[in-house]
Design a protein around this ligand. Structure first.
Ligand SMILES: [Zn+2]
Length: 176
């Protein structure tokens, strides 16, 4: 399996994001925002971050993991190379590899991380989500900071049974 970030926001995209944020405040202008401003707007989760688009390819991912990602449906489009059933071999297996491309905005990526980085998520899917966050970190370190499990965002796991991550990092620190 391989993760590839095919597209992430350019300075021009960020300038547009700032422009849209200023329009809502009755101001205008097209300038490239600072890293600090980028962090602020991502932290606020205001609507202009929904214009920041990412295209992420997950090459050769097990089919069942792809199905987990497909459940995320707001601010995201999925393009999955469907499996053809081979008449000689019968049904494709649940872990048969597929190519899955997601075209999504920054908010959708943040939302997806909250669910899929939780230790209550399927372990294989969580590992894929961790790798996505890592690859995003290489091209867009500002966004990377906001790709955290819900348990970190909401000061404790809110799954029906806690995954235990928050309790563990409170005790041992985040990198344990
Ligand atoms: Zn959790």
């Amino acid at each position: 399996m391989e993760i590839e970030v095919l597209r992430y926001p350019t300075d021009a995209d960020w300038a547009r994001c700032l422009f849209l944020a200023r329009i809502t405040q009755g101001r205008d202008g097209m300038v490239v925002p600072s890293q600090e401003w980028r962090k602020k707007i991502l932290n606020s989760e205001h609507s202009p971050i929904r214009t920041l688009m990412y295209t992420i390819a997950i090459w050769q991912v097990p089919y069942f993991v792809s199905v987990h990602f497909v459940r995320h449906k707001f601010g995201i489009e999925h393009y999955v190379k469907s499996q053809r059933v081979n008449p000689e071999r019968g049904e494709e297996r649940q872990d048969a590899p597929v190519n899955h491309v997601m075209d999504l905005n920054a908010q959708a990526l943040v939302n997806m991380s909250r669910k899929r980085l939780c230790y209550k998520a399927d372990p294989k899917t969580r590992v894929v989500m961790e790798q996505i966050a890592e690859e995003i970190g290489k091209v867009d370190p500002v966004l990377r900071e906001f790709l955290v499990p819900d348990c970190l965002y909401r000061n404790g796991c809110h799954e029906l049974q806690s995954c235990g991550y928050y309790e563990r990092i409170m005790r041992d620190g985040r990198d344990q």
